[in-house]
Ligand binder design. Structure first.
Ligand SMILES: Cc1ncc(C[n+]2csc(CCOP(=O)(O)OP(=O)(O)O)c2C)c(N)n1
Length: 331
């Protein structure tokens, strides 16, 4: 585990708390999806928590992020409200988007969360636009585009690499290389290294162990500093693994088919980013196992509270569809 000395105990603890919150929220969503309680699809972030938490810990509230269809972790890591996220996923009017967007569209502009996105690669141009806004206003903000290894094969990725470096925009690209695009192993559809695509535009790159929160944090600190100081974009490729299926109901799509070996999933479970951070905290001797367990219990209560809030809320108002889709016009 490299560079651990550069994080204070408070920063390490914050990472642990954020990652635990994401994990427990996702595990609860997994259970509720299996019980048929959730409307719509959920794409879970289990196993990738170190990426969102490590990057967002380096951002201020007014910095921007764009996310993906697998966006719960980014939302929570950037300070999004667990209750409002849960209610959104449950399709309730108390949701962060009044229950109109659901899991794939959690967003909170007041926290710089420009939204999860059902369009693969949809966040690139939004983040590039946000970075241009930051540059024009000169207010020192940065934008971060989280995206998957599959999204790196979208043409708009190249467009945004190109213009962001030409215009020296304060933009950090964060590729979460989780090894799959739906049910397709990335290696079968992606030639060469994704980071090399950024290098071709002379954008500085770092490839990090995406299951090592400290390594992600350290690379992100460098990237954000670089972008904020006006030097242009930075690219991080975080090597990680998608522990859950592409989406929780994937068995319906697969009809008994298989696209990865159980052994491989188990190997990656052994590199669990939260267990690794916990081991580091214990090894440093600053926190005891009882203290860390106590934190997890407290966070489990936050999750329970979010679920109860969502359950007790009224369903989304269908009439609102006309406002959000058609600016109030009715056919
Ligand atoms: C433009 C577009 N094409 C295809 C899809 C269908 N689709 C949804 S998720 C996905 C795979 C995305 O893989 P990746 O970007 O690696 O993200 P991950 O699911 O691994 O987090 C695809 C092809 C889509 N939603 N949007």
């Amino acid at each position: 585990m490299a560079h651990q000395q550069s994080l204070s105990n408070e920063q390490l603890l914050l990472l642990f708390e954020r990652m635990t919150l994401i994990r427990l929220m996702e595990e609860r969503l997994r259970a509720d999806a299996a019980a048929g309680k959730l409307p719509g699809a959920v794409h879970l972030y289990i196993g990738q928590e170190a990426v969102a938490a490590g990057v967002c810990a380096n951002l201020g509230e007014t910095d921007w992020i764009t996310s993906t269809h697998r966006g719960h972790g980014h939302f929570l890591a950037k300070g999004g409200d667990p209750r409002a996220m849960m209610a959104e996923i449950w399709g309730k009017r108390t949701g962060i988007c009044k229950g109109m967007g659901g899991s794939m569209h959690v967003a909170d502009l007041s926290k710089g969360i420009l939204g999860a996105n059902g369009i693969v690669g949809g966040g690139f141009a939004i983040a590039t636009g946000a970075a241009l806004t930051a540059q024009l206003s000169g207010d020192g903000r940065v934008a971060v585009a989280f995206f998957g290894d599959g999204a790196a094969n979208q043409g708009v990725f190249m467009e945004c690499l190109n213009i962001s470096t030409l215009w020296q925009l304060p933009l950090v690209f964060v590729c979460e290389y989780n090894h799959f695009c739906e049910f397709t192993p990335t290696a079968t559809v992606t030639s060469g290294e994704i980071a090399d695509r950024a290098k071709a535009f002379k954008i500085p790159c770092e490839i990090v162990d995406g299951n090592d929160a400290v390594e992600v944090w350290t690379a992100a600190a460098r990237a954000v500093k670089w972008a904020r100081s006006g030097k242009g974009p930075f690219f991080i490729e975080a090597r990680t693994y998608r522990i859950q299926g592409h989406l929780e109901s994937e068995d319906l799509f697969l009809a008994g088919g298989k696209y990865r070996e159980t052994k491989e999933v188990e190997e990656w479970r052994g590199r669990d980013p939260i267990a690794r951070l916990r081991d580091l905290l214990l090894a440093k001797g600053t926190f005891t196992a009882e203290q860390l367990d106590g934190i997890s219990v407290k966070i489990a209560r936050v999750v329970e509270d979010a679920v109860r809030f969502a359950e007790a809320s009224d369903p989304a108002d269908p009439e609102l569809t006309f406002d959000v889709m058609f600016a109030g016009q009715k056919p």
